[in-house]
Each structure stands twice: as structure tokens, then as C-alpha cells.
Design a binder for this molecule. Sequence first.
Ligand SMILES: Nc1ncnc2c1ncn2[C@@H]1O[C@H](COP(=O)(O)OP(=O)(O)OP(=O)(O)O)[C@@H](O)[C@H]1O
Ligand SMILES: O=P(O)(O)OC[C@H]1O[C@H](OP(=O)(O)OP(=O)(O)O)[C@H](O)[C@@H]1O
Ligand SMILES: [Mg+2]
Length: 396
Amino acid sequence: MMNLTLQLSLQCAPLHVSVKSSTSTSTSTATRSWSCYASLSIPQPSNVNVLNGTPLSSDRKEIRLGLPSKGRMSNDTLELLKNCQLSVKQSNPRQYVAEIPQLSNLEVWFQRPKDIVRKLLSGDLDLGIVGLDTLSEYGQGNGDLIIVHEALEYGDCRLSLAIPQYGIFENINSLEELAKMPQWTENKPLRVATGFTYLGPKFMRENGLKHVTFSTADGALEAAPAMGIADAILDLVSSGTTLRENNLKEIEGGTVLESQAVLVASRKSMVQRKGVLETTHEILERLEAHLRAIGQFTVTANMRGSSAEEVAERVLSQPSLSGLQGPTISPVFCKRDGKVTADYYAIVICVPKKALYKSIQQLRAIGGSGVLISPLTYIFDEETPRWRQLLSELGL
Ligand SMILES: Nc1ncnc2c1ncn2[C@@H]1O[C@H](COP(=O)(O)OP(=O)(O)OP(=O)(O)O)[C@@H](O)[C@H]1O
Ligand SMILES: O=P(O)(O)OC[C@H]1O[C@H](OP(=O)(O)OP(=O)(O)O)[C@H](O)[C@@H]1O
Ligand SMILES: [Mg+2]
């Protein structure tokens, strides 16, 4: 037997923190100092090569999109794609490969979120949808991973440091106060339990916390302080219920990142693999068109006026009625005394859902009547700013 060292290559300055598995709670457990990389020693039989995926030179022709196979991101991802008219056809939930009929030559592979990131890096996937937290943790700032859409509007959560509400932490409410506590020394560092063994140490280093040690576990981290395994935890928080139920609290300055689902692509794939860039463009356009539309309503109203311009002036005098590119105003013709006239105009504008009631009040104030509200399905712009940005990032 020999020791196989898994090196999580960290692009960081030397940092003296150590990581150990939380399954061994004894303080005598051998821990290794992190000095630019974290080493987790795992006994393995000799001559074992652990590869994560196939070599990059893979000459497959299909384009591959990785989607979360389980967990909370899975259903929301399929729902989002369906709303973009990109329904995933999976004949059986245990089948890990599927297709999106609208996108030819595309395979969907269902994977755990962290494996989506790993497989993007190994070249086994070209595109993926994951939480920003997972991307940041497992992507470790690798320049091959490019975020194509950074706000898919689900999977909202934050990665936060949390400490007990009780005991020595009762009056500690900020990272600064935590760092200044006299309790943390080289021999007795602050013990943090986390599944984020890359982002955790990086955050502590960037915030000047010197005496910190990390233990890792896959779930139910909130129990670690009460069990005496850790002083603090670094985990995802959404509603805050799990923290509260375990008598833990977040602290000022303790948020490592705000996360939501993102579309990510491999730079190499987009540049080198035929069709990836075009498919990325189509997915991006559909996502943007849908996501822009869900925040808006179409509002139609009638308004008396002497001309389209005069009605437009009245509409544009109201702050919430300018729409996406100004109002569309069309004459409503009617026959009066045998003569066709247009003394009414129909106005059509897009209004943010949040501003709906305010908009209706403003419409009424300028003489609008018969107001109709309808949902919007898609808003396709001429060219999306994200596409421009992607091309410039790729040097194209
Ligand atoms: N409480 C939460 N609320 C909202 N989004 C969350 C929450 N917890 C996690 N997420 C988001 O969902 C993603 C997937 O989390 P999920 O718990 O489903 O899977 P996982 O933690 O990767 O897998 P597992 O828990 O099975 O090990 C996370 O990476 C994060 O982006
Ligand atoms: O702030 P809240 O809304 O309470 O959510 C936070 C919890 O959600 C996640 O756990 P998850 O439910 O994914 O369970 P897991 O630990 O098994 O991953 C996270 O790890 C927290 O424990
Ligand atoms: Mg989870």
C-alpha cells in the first residue's frame, strides 16, 4: 500500500490552515498544513491512477450539456428549460442521458452538480447548469470555465459563516469581532466545519483570520457546533431556518458569496468544438428572452387624444409608462355620422410586474381606460449584451 495524495490545486498564497475529516473528532488526528495546496492523504493500492474523466483530446462529435441529476436544482432546471421551449426528453428518471429535440446534436447528461464542474474541466462536458457556489468551489477560478448567464433566477442562497448564538459567541456579531477573540491561538484555532474546503480557507485568508482549522462533512453541518466538533460552520443558507433551528447565527462580513443557478461553458469547447458556440448562443438567447419576459406584463389601454404624438407625450410624461422602447400607439378607428375617425388610441407597453399597480394609477391619471393586462412569454432583443460579452471574452 502507498499513499495517494489528492492535490486540490489552489491558486493562493501560503495559508496555514488544516483540513481533516469530521468523522475523526479526536484532536490527535494527524492534520496537514495547507501551503498553497491541500493534501488529503488516502491509502490506496499501488499503481492506481485516478483520472477524472477522459483526456481533453476526446474526438466526440456530440455537444454535451450537464444538468443536475438530483437535489433541489434538478426540477427547477428542467422547468426553466421547458419554459424556454427546450424540454428535456428523458424516457426514464434513472437514465442519465437524454436529449432536447429542439437542439440537434446535443446530449444532456445528468450529473451531480460538482461532477458537472469537474467534467467541464476534463472536457467531458461542454456546457452545464449549476449553482455559483458549486462552480466557485470546484472550478477554483479556472480560466476555462466561462459563466455565460450569471442569473438564472433560481437556487438562490448564500455561502455564509455561522456561529452559535450562545456561550462565548453571545456578543459576537461580526467577522471582525470573531477574528479578535482571544480564544483562537496557533494551538487552539477556530474550528470550522464546511463542505467548501477551497472557498473556506480562501475566505479566511482574504479576511486575515490566522488561526483557523477546517473539518469537512457532506451534510447536516449545522449540528457540528452543538456536537462539539466545530466552533463555526461555513454552509449554504437560504431562508435561515436551519441555522435558527440549531441556535446558530450569521455575522456581519461573514458572507462568502451570493449564489444562484448559472449557465457555464468550457472556453476550450466553445473555441474548438464544432457547433458549441452556436448552441451556446441559442440557449443563451432563449434563456434571456424567457427571463426578461417573466418580470413583465403587457399592458394595453385606450386613451382619448387628438393625435398619436399627443397621446405619446402624455404617456411618456409618466415615469412608469415608458415600456421597453417607448409605447406603441395605434389609432382605434370608428365610424361616426358615416365618417371614419380616430379619436381614441390604443397604447401597448411592457411594465415590470413589481410596478404594475403604480403603472395603472399613472395610466388612469392621464385618461387611460379599459386597461388589459396579459402575461409576456418571451422578449427577444436584437442582440443580447451577454452574447457580446461572451464573444469578447473569447477574443472573437
Ligand atoms: N437551502 C437552499 N436553498 C436554495 N438553494 C440551495 C439551498 N441549498 C443548496 N442550494 C443550491 O442548490 C445546489 C444543490 O444543492 P443540493 O443540496 O440539492 O445538492 P448538493 O448539496 O450538491 O448534493 P447533496 O446535498 O445531495 O450532497 C447548491 O449547490 C446550491 O446552489
Ligand atoms: O437556510 P435554509 O432555507 O434552512 O437552507 C439551508 C440548508 O439547505 C442546505 O441543506 P440541504 O437541504 O441541501 O441538505 P443537505 O445538507 O443534505 O445538503 C444547506 O446545506 C443548509 O443546511
Ligand atoms: Mg445540499
